[in-house]
Each structure stands twice: as structure tokens, then as C-alpha cells.
Design a protein around this ligand. Structure first.
Ligand SMILES: Nc1nc2c(c(=O)[nH]1)N[C@H]1C(S)=C(S)[C@@H](COP(=O)(O)OP(=O)(O)OC[C@H]3O[C@@H](n4cnc5c(=O)[nH]c(N)nc54)[C@H](O)[C@@H]3O)O[C@H]1N2
Ligand SMILES: Nc1nc2c(c(=O)[nH]1)N[C@H]1C(S)=C(S)[C@@H](COP(=O)(O)OP(=O)(O)OC[C@H]3O[C@@H](n4cnc5c(=O)[nH]c(N)nc54)[C@H](O)[C@@H]3O)O[C@H]1N2
Ligand code: SF4
Ligand SMILES: [Mo]
Length: 651
């Protein structure tokens, strides 16, 4: 008999799709979009539909303990009891000899479920272990917007259909958020104009009405140029500015200081093009400015996000941008992680700069789950070397064999999202529903909560924090969060709506949108957004790297094979370098060399290259060896898109 179960895609993705899963006995026969949920009801992406196969491929089925040198897959299968006993013995030893700070846990959003990602943190928080600051993805942008708005939440995707102009800024939504993109295409049918601001002719740019391609990292100058035009042509909403904002005069002064020639020189964008996008902003009302995580991952990233987020305020919109709405809900995450109850201050280190920390800090026990840092973090060579230190004991709880598992002392098999109950909180739309356990766990895989409790038991921890019923904990964390129902309705499979913080409330010192940020001033950051300059050394290219449609970071290589080891290069550069389409070249810098195949394309400007992110080169060297673990001043985020490389032809 065919039965249907409902689930929610937990991958780190803008869309948080609702799914309908058809089963015959305990076997999944189809994963489909749940057509009752209009935002994602038409289709799913090419990734999650293939989970039907991926749940069986390359899975870690049993616990394993290393019996050979690192890195490598020389492991012996052991029982859960044995693996857990070894782990707890090690934890006890480290606690006694060195204290909890020498224990480090590393995780991110491999599965965004509250029970997979956050609840298991209760153990580490209770022990007082060291944690990372989750700076790898969007943190710099959140902090950037917060300087001017208090919190970073903005528009909901459902509002796009009222828009006359939709601007995708460093946001390749056609690839990274196919459902927000679909919403924009629907708005276009009602007359909306779509613009994309991206140095690369991405799928989104290619399918837009207006494409502006500034030099990478020059968005601050470009935005000052747009603001200048809007001010000089009386497109700004002076009443709104008067009533709802603070520090406009300082912002105006800074804006008018820029001269157009200077802006053209920095951005490579002509004054006519600037006029085109500024006129669109001025005339097509209302507009939505959708700021991608992509534009934010560079030396200038947070500064760019700051100023882009201020454009809608000039035009008279309350939070007329979208970046991520994760800070817009009333879900009490600190209750789920236990931080609210435990009230211990744990040491926090940079996730982006993990390589540098591991090099100098002597962590003795490291626990990794829900992340594949040994391919996704920058400064890979140093990171890998640091993890090979003799006295670092590494435990990895994973669904699939990854690069990270190859460095582990103990590997534990994790259930995938289809094998456990959970609740995913979206970061764009505001709908939630319970994800059901669809099939039984494969092999001996176990959930994160189960593992946490088994370790805690063996450590002799009796605290209720560990053993509190997880559904009860979710209920408490969501007590003020739901707009149209009770937590119990979720258990009855209902779709509910999250309550959103008011659009016109600004959690800044003045309670207004601060063009001139008092918080920044207090933190020693310039109160007005600044264009940072970094001279590009002669002979170097800027290497952009961003998401592709078939992979979620390092996931789905089981299905689609390796992430294509390619680089896109402008025909002018190719000709000058004497490179033909399909040639293999090394991308090099002081760290190492990555061998890739050239695709000659005018998708990028001369001097700029593009590769799919997180690829592994044909010489087996990962792209992330080329990427620095330096961090941005605001928010400590990464600088992936400021990577400089030379090229070397195969002789
Ligand atoms: N298919 C797929 N979708 C995903 C993911 C995935 O792995 N695969 N991952 C999810 C996650 S975690 C993330 S972070 C998002 C990322 O998705 P996005 O937010 O779309 O970000 P990116 O793909 O990193 O980059 C988007 C665009 O930014 C451009 N860009 C780079 N530098 C600059 C610049 O200086 N200025 C401007 N204006 N643009 C610039 C790039 O050329 C690129 O086209 O996608 C999410 N969705
Ligand atoms: N070069 C370059 N590198 C980048 C970026 C870039 O733009 N360029 N972008 C960065 C960004 S934005 C991000 S968000 C990071 C993402 O970095 P990661 O979070 O490391 O990305 P994934 O490769 O998706 O790794 C998630 C892992 O979690 C596992 N997993 C999935 N579900 C579960 C589960 O239920 N339980 C457990 N225990 N494990 C599970 C998956 O098998 C996978 O191995 O990468 C960063 N790396
Ligand atoms: S990865 Fe994103 S687009 Fe694909 S199914 Fe999941 S939520 Fe939807
Ligand atoms: Mo991300």
C-alpha cells in the first residue's frame, strides 16, 4: 500500500521546501513538492529529489574506530557501546588533565533542524567546551545590517508579487534559491522589472532585465553612486527620512563627496549604467532589494551589505530589503541549545580562522557534526595539517563518508533528515511544519540527540537539561513564536505561520534606521559605510566562487560526481595568456596550486575568474587551500570572493 508522509527540506538553503514523500512499505518511492504549500509547491531542486538514492549511497552504516594512520579510511567496525566508551574515556581524561576549554565542538547547518543542530549542543554547553562563532556564511552581513537597523530581518518572499522592481544584489537566486527566483518571475508577469548586480553573468543575471556588473568588491562605491543620483534627482523620500531615520545629513555629505568619475573608475560601471539602475529605483515603486550571501563574502562584504541595505530607507521603505529573516522570529534558540538555562560563558573561536586557531591552540578533543569542514573551510592546507597533530582526538558524527571523516579517530553513523523527527525554521518564508520520520534509520545510524544522551550518561551527567523531552523543549522555545496556532497543531501535521517582528521597529540606540550608526561608532567602526581598497598585484586575478545547482556545498557528489574542476575566463585574458578552451591550468598563490580546466566565456570581466565553490582540483588539491582564513572586521566573516590567484600553464 502506498502511503504519504510529510517532511521539510533541512538543507542550508533560502527556500526550506515542504515535501510529500510516497512510501511503499518502508521504501521511499518518490520525493515531491507538497503542492499545498504555494511558495515551494511547484517543484523541488535537483538535489533533494535525489535523496531517494543518496540515502543509500556512501552512507556510514556503523560506528568505526581508526586502526591506521591519518588521513585515510582505515577503520575497524565496532559496537556503539565500544565507540561511546572510548569517546567518554577520552573526554574524562581531557576534562581532568586540561579542563573543558580544550574540548572543541565544530558544527554548522548541514541539517538546519532544531533537534539535529541545536539541541545536542546542550551537552557541550553544560561541559563548558569551546565553540565556534558560526562566521562561515552569513554572519558579517547580519552584523552589517544590524549596525543600521538593529536586527537584520526584512521582506518576506510573498511580498515580491507587489513589487515593480526586484534587485538581486550579489545573489544568484536562480541557482541558490529557485523558489525566490520563481516568485520574482511571477512578479515580472505582473510588470515587475528584474535587475541583477553581479560581476558575473550568473543564471540570474542572464535572465534579468537589467544587469550591472561592477568589479568584484566595488559595491560600496556603486551604491554611493546610486544614492548620489537619487539625492540629486529628488527621488528620496524626505518625509520618511525625517520621521524614521537618524543621521541622514552625515550620510548625504559622505554620498555627495563621491564624484562620478571616481565611481566609474572604481566600479568599471559607466555613469549611464548607474543612471539606469538609479532611475529604476526612483521610478519603479515599490521595490525590493534582495541581498545575497555572495556579495557579503569578500573583504568589502559587510561594508557593501551595510550601504545596500540603506538604499530602501532613502526611498521611504521600512526594511525594503531581504537578506535573511532568521533574526525576525520569536523562536528562543538559546533555550534549545541550553545556553539560556546553563548560563556558562564558553570560549568562542572563529570558524573562518579555524586553521589559525588549531595551529596555535592545543585542543585535545574535537567533536564535529553536521558539517564537512575539511573541504568547506578556507586555509585547508593549514587546517588539515593542524588536525594531524598526534594528540588531537577527533570524533565525527556524519551521515556520509566525507573528507572530514578521513581525519577522524572515531566515526559515528548519523540518521539523515528522512530518518528522524525534527523542526526546521526557515530563513526566508515564515511557514513551519513538523518533519516526520519517514523511514527507519539505515544501518546502525543514530540521531544527534541519542548520541548526546549516551555520552552524557557515560559521563555520569544527570542534569534534566540533557534528558528534557525534546518536543517539550521545542514547545517552550516556540511559546511566543507562532502566529496562528499552538505547538500541538504541529504535532497534528498542521502548517503554521511564524510571527514576525514588526517591520517598522528598529532595535538601534535611537530606535530609528541609523544612516549614521551609533553602534558602529561605539565599536570603533566607521559610522558610515566605507569602500575598502586592496590593490591587485600585477599578474593576479580575482577568483570568484559560488554555488552551483546540483550540489549543496560538498553534498550530492554521490549522485552527480565531483564538483566540476573548471574555471571561467574572459576571452581577452585567454588570448593574452595563450590559453585555449579546454586547456588545463593551475590556479596558484602562495599556498598551493589547483589544477582546473578552462572554459572561455565572457561571463566574467577581464581580470576576474570564476569557479564552482568547494571544488577539488584535477591534482586532488581542494580549492579552499587557495583561500585565506583572514576575517572581515565586521562580523568576522570569510573573504572567499577576494581570493587572488595567478595562473600557470602546464608546460
Ligand atoms: N544550489 C545551491 N543552493 C544553495 C547552496 C548550495 O550549496 N547550492 N547553499 C546555500 C547557502 S549556505 C548559501 S551561503 C547561499 C549562497 O547563495 P548566494 O547568496 O546566491 O551566494 P553565492 O552563490 O555565493 O554568490 C552569489 C553571487 O554573488 C556574486 N558576487 C561575488 N562577489 C561579488 C561582489 O563583490 N559584488 C557583487 N555584487 N556580487 C558578487 C557571485 O558572482 C555570485 O553570482 O546559497 C544557498 N543555496
Ligand atoms: N570556497 C568556498 N568555500 C565555501 C564557501 C564559498 O563560497 N566558497 N561558502 C561557505 C558557506 S556559505 C557555507 S554555508 C559552508 C558550508 O559548509 P558545510 O556546512 O561544511 O557544508 P556541507 O558540505 O553541506 O556539509 C554538511 C555536512 O553535514 C552532513 N549532514 C547532513 N545532514 C546531517 C544530519 O542530519 N546529521 C549529521 N550529523 N550530519 C549531516 C552532510 O553529509 C555534510 O557532510 O561552506 C563554506 N565554504
Ligand atoms: S535544497 Fe533548497 S531548493 Fe532544494 S529542496 Fe531543499 S530547500 Fe528546496
Ligand atoms: Mo552559506
Amino acid at each position: 500500500m502506498i502511503i504519504t508522509k510529510y517532511s521539510v527540506c533541512p538543507r542550508d538553503c533560502y527556500d526550506t521546501c515542504f515535501m510529500k514523500i510516497l512510501l511503499d512499505e518502508n521504501k521511499i518511492i518518490s520525493i515531491q513538492a507538497d503542492e499545498n504549500f504555494s511558495f515551494t509547491g511547484k517543484f523541488l531542486c535537483p538535489r533533494v529529489v535525489r535523496d531517494i538514492d543518496r540515502i543509500y549511497l556512501n552512507r556510514i552504516l556503523f560506528p568505526y574506530i581508526r586502526n591506521g594512520s591519518k588521513p585515510g579510511k582505515n577503520f575497524s567496525r565496532v559496537t556503539w557501546n565500544h565507540a561511546l566508551t572510548v569517546i567518554t574515556k577520552k573526554i574524562k581524561e581531557v576534562l581532568k588533565k586540561y579542563g573543558p576549554e580544550k574540548i572543541l565542538h565544530i558544527e554548522y547547518a548541514g541539517n538546519m533542524g532544531l533537534l539535529t543542530w541545536y539541541f545536542p549542543l546542550r551537552l557541550w554547553n553544560l561541559l563548558g567546551a569551546t565553540k565556534t562563532d558560526y562566521s562561515i556564511c552569513s554572519k558579517s552581513g547580519h552584523e552589517a545590517i544590524s549596525l543600521h537597523y538593529g536586527l537584520s530581518y526584512g521582506l518576506l518572499p510573498s511580498e515580491l508579487n507587489q513589487m515593480k522592481l526586484i534587485v538581486f544584489w550579489g545573489f544568484n537566486a536562480a541557482v541558490s534559491s529557485p523558489h525566490i527566483w520563481r516568485q520574482a518571475l511571477k512578479a515580472r508577469k505582473n510588470g515587475a522589472v528584474i535587475a541583477t548586480i553581479d560581476p558575473r553573468k550568473s543564471s540570474t543575471a542572464r535572465n534579468s532585465d537589467i544587469w550591472i556588473n561592477p568589479r568584484p568588491g566595488s559595491d560600496v562605491a556603486l551604491t554611493y553612486g546610486i544614492a548620489k543620483y537619487l539625492i540629486e534627482h529628488n527621488y528620496i523620500d524626505t518625509n520618511f527620512i525625517e520621521e524614521w531615520t537618524y543621521g541622514y545629513r552625515e550620510f548625504e555629505k559622505e554620498t555627495l563627496r563621491w564624484n562620478i568619475k571616481n565611481i566609474e573608475d572604481i566600479t568599471g560601471i559607466s555613469r549611464n549604467k548607474i543612471k539606469e539602475i538609479a532611475e529604476a529605483y526612483g521610478r519603479l515603486k515599490p521595490s525590493a532589494t534582495l541581498i545575497g550571501f555572495g556579495v557579503q563574502k569578500s573583504l568589502n562584504g559587510a561594508e557593501a551589505v551595510r550601504i545596500i541595505s540603506l538604499l530602501p530607507a532613502l526611498l521611504g521603505y521600512h526594511r525594503g530589503f531581504y537578506y535573511s529573516n532568521s533574526k525576525g522570529w520569536y523562536v528562543d534558540i538559546s533555550y534549545i541549545t541550553g545556553e539560556k538555562i546553563i548560563k556558562k560563558t564558553c570560549r568562542t573561536i572563529s570558524q573562518v580562522a579555524l586553521a589559525k586557531h588549531l595551529e596555535k591552540d592545543d585542543f585535545k578533543f574535537i567533536y564535529i557534526y553536521n558539517m564537512n569542514p575539511l573541504i568547506t573551510l578556507p586555509d585547508q592546507a593549514r587546517l588539515r595539517k593542524a588536525l594531524l597533530k598526534d594528540d588531537v582526538f577527533l570524533v565525527v558524527h556524519e551521515t556520509h563518508w566525507t573528507e572530514t571523516t578521513l581525519f577522524a579517530d572515531v566515526v559515528l553513523p548519523a540518521t539523515t533528515f528522512l530518518e528522524k523527527k525534527d523542526l526546521v525554521i526557515p530563513y526566508s518564508h515564515n511557514f513551519i511544519r513538523l518533519s516526520n520520520r519517514v523511514i527507519d534509520p539505515i544501518g546502525e545510524s543514530k540521531s544527534e540527540i541519542w548520541v548526546m544522551r549516551e555520552i552524557a550518561k557515560r559521563l555520569g551527567i544527570e542534569s534534566d537539561i540533557i534528558y528534557e523531552n525534546e518536543m517539550g523543549a521545542l514547545k517552550k522555545a516556540l511559546i511566543n513564536a507562532i502566529d496562528n496556532g499552538e505547538f500541538e497543531d504541529l504535532l497534528k501535521q498542521k502548517v503554521l505561520k511564524l510571527r514576525m517582528k514588526p517591520r517598522n521597529k528598529y532595535q538601534t540606540p535611537t530606535g530609528k534606521i541609523e544612516f549614521y550608526s551609533i553602534t558602529a561608532l561605539k565599536k570603533g567602526i566607521n559610522p558610515l559605510p566605507q569602500q575598502v581598497f586592496k590593490k591587485i598585484k600585477k599578474g593576479y586575478y580575482i577568483l570568484l566562487n559560488s554555488a552551483t545547482i546540483r550540489y549543496t556545498h560538498s553534498q550530492f557528489r554521490e549522485i552527480y560526481g565531483p564538483i566540476p574542476p573548471i574555471v571561467e575566463m574572459n576571452p581577452i585574458d585567454a588570448q593574452r595568456e595563450g590559453i585555449k578552451n579546454g586547456d588545463k591550468i593551475y590556479l596558484c598563490n602562495e599556498n598551493d596550486e589547483v589544477l582546473v580546466k578552462v572554459i572561455i566565456k565572457d561571463s566574467v570581466l577581464p581580470g576576474v575568474l570564476w569557479s564552482p565553490r568547494q571544488l577539488v582540483g584535477l591534482n586532488n588539491v581542494p580549492q579552499n587551500v587557495l583561500i585565506s582564513s583572514d576575517t572581515q572586521k565586521i562580523g568576522g566573516g570569510p573573504i572567499f570572493n577576494s581570493t587572488l590567484v595567478r595562473i600557470r600553464k602546464i608546460s
